[in-house]
Write a protein that binds this ligand. Structure first.
Ligand code: T4K
Length: 403
């Protein structure tokens, strides 16, 4: 096996056992799509021609209208990144008090609440879906909450009918952290139009990349106007009264990248789906490695390849596998570990026990997917995982000895 573009060569021994790494260069997790230089140059030429860098320029406007079409929503408000989008969404919705969210998420979800002086209430997740456990959620709702912030993870979606029923019954805002969800379709509609609002990330590691970036999608026109006024310190479009403003503006440079990435999104998703299947085919036979399927969607962006590692069957813990893969230059990630409720300052909040969250935080791992890998690389990664499993006791001995 020889992989010229990323420097993967046939190796006899595992790197952790003294062999050469499977890949000459680090292979990161993440989409990391780069458009062609020519397209990039053309797009940036238009910025120089207009002599307009930021504050809702023509490219940001165009990206918003193209995204509104793509997501089939009335309004898209582009922002600097999803973290600020989440803060702005809470502010725009006028949420006060307690907000229920999973602890099994990226810390930005919870941090966005602190910036708005909101109180995070952590809910456990379901063992199969990795999404809010509806039984625990109902118990927390009965104790009193002012909003719910579910997270659409791993290219899947919530059961929106159940979410809608809860939102009606408790009559509080449900707004989604859909950082992972751009392009996914559930119940015949793309994510974007569910709940009061959905916030997407356009970080470089996401399927739609503006380098850094994000957007808030909503069908609520009043909310969209408030968000536009919150976003730019002094407002654009129709001035409306808002208490707090920010600088969440998306620059023209970001929008340029976002537009180029949007042109390529269908092809990139198709590639993800194909690589997902290759992983599935190859990992299926390895004991203790379970590939997580995106849930509740008829079309997934497949932007993450997520596995659960069952220590007893695999022969090594998730963390040991992670270390052995890093030695091979396969930069697997442990999203999300530890759970947010165990991270400062959230560890000082008293929350219910979160046993499933604890379990997933110690068993879930992401493997490289996206522009830096192809079928050959994915096959090589799977082969390494098989080899790590076969030589689990030697790997374990080396890792334990700290060599
Ligand atoms: N909600 C959820 C559920 C989220 O997952 C996230 C973010 C958010 C909210 C907030 O969205 P943003 O405010 O970020 O828009 C990453 C990303 O920073 C973050 O966007 C993402 N989720 C989170 C799960 O992961 P890191 O620290 O793991 O990524 P980073 O920058 O180290 O990149 C990963 C790998 O890619 C590295 O090995 C280096 C490589 N890389 C990265 C970039 C940016 C490149 O080779 N080239 C590049 O340009 O956090």
């Amino acid at each position: 096996m020889k992989h010229s573009s990323i420097g993967c060569s046939k190796v006899e021994a595992l790197a952790v056992l003294g062999g050469a790494p499977a890949f000459a260069k680090a292979i990161p997790v993440g989409q990391l799509y780069f458009p062609s230089w020519d397209d990039y140059e053309k797009m940036f030429h238009s910025i120089f021609k207009c002599r307009y860098y930021t504050n809702q320029g023509p490219l940001a406007d165009l990206l918003e209208s193209r995204l509104a079409d793509y997501l089939q929503v009335r309004h898209v408000v582009c922002v600097t990144n999803a973290t600020i989008g989440l803060k702005m969404a809470a502010e725009g919705l006028g949420i006060k008090g307690r907000v229920i969210l999973p602890s099994f998420t990226f810390i930005a979800t919870a941090q966005s609440l602190l910036w708005n002086n909101l109180v995070p209430v952590f809910c456990d997740v379901d063992r199969e879906t990795h999404y809010l456990d509806f039984n625990h959620l109902e118990r927390l709702l009965r104790r009193g909450a002012n909003a719910v912030l579910p997270v659409n993870l791993w290219g899947g979606a919530y059961d929106m009918e159940r979410i809608h029923a809860l939102a009606q019954r408790y009559d509080i805002p449900f707004y989604f952290d859909s950082a992972h969800g751009l392009g996914c379709v559930t119940r015949g509609r793309p994510l974007g139009g569910y709940g009061n609002a959905e916030v997407f990330s356009m970080h470089a590691t996401k399927v739609l990349s503006a380098g850094e970036g994000g957007c808030i999608a909503t069908n609520d026109g009043d909310l969209a106007e408030r968000l536009r006024n919150i976003r730019s310190s002094y407002g654009v479009h129709t001035p409306v009264h808002v208490e707090r403003t920010a600088n969440g503006r998306m620059s023209e440079a970001q929008a340029a990248l976002g537009l180029l990435s949007l042109d390529a999104i269908d092809a990139n998703i198709k590639n993800n789906q194909h690589l997902h299947q290759v992983y599935r085919d190859n990992l299926n036979s390895i004991p203790g490695v379970l590939v997580v399927s995106p849930v509740n969607v008829e079309y997934s962006n497949c932007q993450y390849l997520v596995c659960e590692v069952e220590e007893q069957a695999f022969g090594l813990s998730r963390d040991a596998l992670w270390r052995a893969l890093h030695a091979e230059n396969i930069i697997a990630r442990r999203y999300f570990s530890p759970g947010v409720h165990r991270c400062h300052p959230f560890d000082s909040i008293i929350s219910d026990d979160l046993p499933v969250t604890e379990h997933l935080c110690s068993t879930v791992i992401q493997l490289p997917l996206g522009a830096r890998v192809d079928v050959e690389a994915v096959s090589a990664i799977c082969q390494r995982i098989q080899q790590i499993h076969s030589q689990a006791s030697e790997v374990s001995a080396v890792l334990e000895s700290g060599l």
